[in-house]
Write a protein that binds this ligand. Structure first.
Ligand code: ASP
Ligand code: CP
Length: 363
């Protein structure tokens, strides 16, 4: 049945319709934003990521994994810069035996000649089995998903960062990292998370906030300059899902007051690439009130988890790397495992992977 893009987008705000549009049975198919996943989905993806991580250390496991997506081709279309997301998607696909292409300069594609999103992705679906896309336009990935869903040859689409709105695969790896970090402390339920920085425009922090609503989290603290507060429905969504959001504007004072109660601090950089009209050279970096100075370590517990999606500028000094809860490099590595798990789940191989890991006594 044909459906306009407007109807498709409107249906995405209805939970039941969204599930029908974005999943094929239990398998994610179009991966666009955090709200689309249930807690059970997140747990299954995390278990699959752990199974892949352990199989990858086992000789038979490595060979088994490489057969999972053998013959598949993954297109990585990155219209914005990336180090971690692009490379970890490539590594993730490689672990499963798929081949990949990375297009990161849009001037080399026919977008530069004015080709529409619809025609471009329909063309790519003739050659690839999955499209991973990062774009400055908030709606690019959903538009591509819609265009493919209306075509005779749909293929899965994964957003690898959509404008200023969401970075769903980042929040998948962040949830995986938090689950791991809190494994001996009852999991994510009941934990206090502090988000710091440009939460209005940092899609990683935004996607994580949305995903925290899937857990029994009753309060989220945000340290954010008033100019960088989320203006869209994020805060309202958190409130509607039972999360008490407290906004603060100075990190040092906030930690002095609440630091010992906080279980995880999620740092982010200012998203200065979106600023306009500044002219000349911009000085990169966050103002002092949003920098996690190392001297604040006296305000936080040793087991407080310190996270950052990266890249960092000045907001998370290197001195924090010796803090016992510093997990930033683990986040990077987890990106590869969680993205492998996502690709495997999309292509219906998650159960087989978990079963093989169990048979080899790896989980
Ligand atoms: N790398 C993340 C993103 O692309 C976070 C950032 O760039 O600050 O959204
Ligand atoms: N965390 C993240 O998305 O990093 P990149 O921008 O380098 O992909």
């Amino acid at each position: 049945m044909s459906q306009s893009y407007e109807e498709f987008s409107a249906a995405l705000s209805d939970r039941t319709r969204r599930r029908e549009l974005l999943f094929r049975g239990d398998r994610p198919y179009y991966v666009l934003f955090s709200q689309q996943f249930s807690r059970a989905d997140l747990e299954a993806l995390s278990d699959t990521a752990t199974a892949i991580r352990r199989l990858d250390r086992h000789r038979d496991g490595v060979d088994f994994l490489r057969r999972i997506l053998h013959g598949h081709r993954v297109m990585n279309l990155f219209a914005q810069p990336s180090t971690r997301t692009a490379e970890s998607f490539i590594a993730a696909a490689d672990k499963l035996g798929a081949s990949t292409r990375l297009v990161s300069d849009m001037r080399t594609s026919s977008f530069a000649k004015g080709e529409s999103i619809d025609d471009s992705v329909r063309t790519l679906s003739s050659f690839f089995d999955t499209i991973v896309v990062r774009h400055h336009d908030d709606d690019f990935a959903s538009r591509a998903s819609w265009a493919l869903s209306q075509s005779g040859r749909p293929i899965p689409v994964i957003s690898a960062g959509s404008g200023k709105t969401q970075h769903v695969t980042q929040s998948l790896l962040d949830i995986y990292t938090l689950r791991y970090s809190f494994a001996n402390r009852g999991g994510i339920d009941g934990k206090r998370v502090l988000l710091v920085g440009d939460v209005g425009r940092n899609r990683a922090a935004r996607s994580l906030a949305y995903m925290l609503t899937k857990f029994d989290v009753s309060r989220v603290d945000i340290v954010c300059h008033k100019d960088y507060l989320p203006e869209d429905g994020l805060l309202e969504y958190l409130g509607r899902h039972g999360i008490d959001v407290r906004i603060h504007d100075k990190l040092g004072q906030t930690l002095e007051k609440l630091g010992k109660e906080v279980d995880a601090i999620y740092m982010t950089r200012l998203q200065q690439e979106w600023d306009s009209g500044s002219g000349g050279e911009k000085k990169l970096g966050a103002p002092d009130d949003f920098v996690l100075h190392h001297e604040y370590s006296r305000f936080v517990r040793d087991d407080c988890v310190i996270m950052h999606p990266l890249p960092r500028i000045n907001e998370l000094p290197e001195a924090w790397e010796s803090h016992p809860g510093f997990v930033v490099w683990r986040q990077v590595r987890n990106g590869m495992w969680m993205r492998s798990a996502l690709l495997a789940s999309i292509h219906g191989a998650a159960d087989e992977i978990r079963a093989r890991a169990a048979r080899l006594n790896l989980v």
